[in-house]
Design a protein around this ligand. Structure first.
Ligand code: NAD
Length: 274
């Protein structure tokens, strides 16, 4: 049984993660961490998640539960995640990171821990999105150099703080890498005014923020006469939470390293075959 602690347990993902761990036969809830000084310290985390009492109360300092858990699941904010990663490295814990919006410096810092901690880090933990990434590789190989324009469109709820979404960027990266392009050079993240016609190589991004949309992503391959759209729509956060719990079970048996959901799902090995 993998003992799991959840950081940001009062957040949208945190509460869904409590439900997912409770539903999973191979995992048990071992701790929940809220922001320092939060009025929720001492609250049963099952009650936070609308489940009724589960006998685990929220704390605001990870040190107090260091002996209770094996794997930490962190869906919070970049600096919070990096500090928890350092804690896991010091205390021989494993970590599943769903936090998005890390800048280049933060990504480098995260990567610096790969030899000291087993880490699963993925901007999107849903099985469907990770399959979609494989489909995008196939589409990019077939169409990318044949005059098809590539655009990524994403939509999320009004509370989301980073844009474009980590998933949209990942989709763009997969396409760019497959085509030997670079998202840094060919990504176009805003168009306004007299910006001229698009160039052949650019990969455009468009972002919608509205209401309670859980997460929708479309990658469009368009040329004269036809358009192919590969779309994933998440209708519940439970899809991410279940993926994160699956990642936690998987990483419990891994050595130090930085892994993706493609590794967790066994989709990484056959990358060249598609
Ligand atoms: P949210 O704002 O609802 O939750 C974040 C929680 O973190 C809040 O409750 C906040 O109080 C808590 N927090 C902040 N600082 C903390 C600290 N020092 N210690 C403990 N808790 C702290 O946000 P959300 O919608 O749950 O999303 C969280 C992150 O997860 C975002 O980066 C989002 O993009 C990402 N996300 C990833 C996936 C995925 O599949 N990888 C899916 C959905 C969301």
């Amino acid at each position: 049984m993998t003992r799991i602690a959840i950081v940001g347990v009062a957040g949208r993902m945190g509460r869904t993660l409590v439900q997912a761990v409770e539903q999973d036969a191979g995992t048990t809830l071992a701790g929940g961490i809220v922001e320092p000084g939060s009025s929720l310290v001492g609250t049963d985390i099952g009650e936070l998640a609308g489940l009724g009492k589960v006998g685990v109360t929220a704390v605001d300092a990870i040190e107090t539960i260091v002996d209770d858990f094996d794997v930490l699941i962190d869906f919070t904010a970049p600096q919070v995640t990096l500090s928890n990663l350092a804690f896991c490295a010091e205390h021989g814990k494993r970590i599943v990171i769903g936090t998005t919006g890390l800048n280049d410096e933060e990504l480098t810092a995260l990567d610096g821990f790969r030899d000291r901690v087993p880490i699963v880090f993925a901007p999107n933990m849903s099985v469907g999105v990770n399959l979609t990434l494989k489909l995008l590789e196939t589409a990019a190989k077939a169409l990318g150099d044949e005059g098809y324009d590539i655009e990524v469109i994403e939509a999320h709820h009004r509370h989301k703080v980073d844009a474009p979404s980590g998933t949209a960027l990942k989709m763009g990266e997969v396409v760019a890498e497959t085509l030997g392009r670079s998202l840094k050079e060919d990504g176009v993240f805003a168009r306004e005014g007299q910006c001229g016609p698009r160039s052949a190589k650019e990969i455009g991004f468009a972002t919608v923020r509205a209401g309670d949309i859980v997460g929708e992503h479309t990658v469009m391959f368009a040329t004269e006469g036809e358009r192919i759209e590969i779309t994933h729509k998440a209708s519940s956060r439970m899809t991410f939470a279940r993926g994160a719990v699956r990642a936690a079970r998987w990483v419990a048996g891994q050595g130090n390293g930085r892994y993706s959901m493609q590794d967790v799902l066994g989709l990484a090995a056959d990358r060249q075959n598609l």
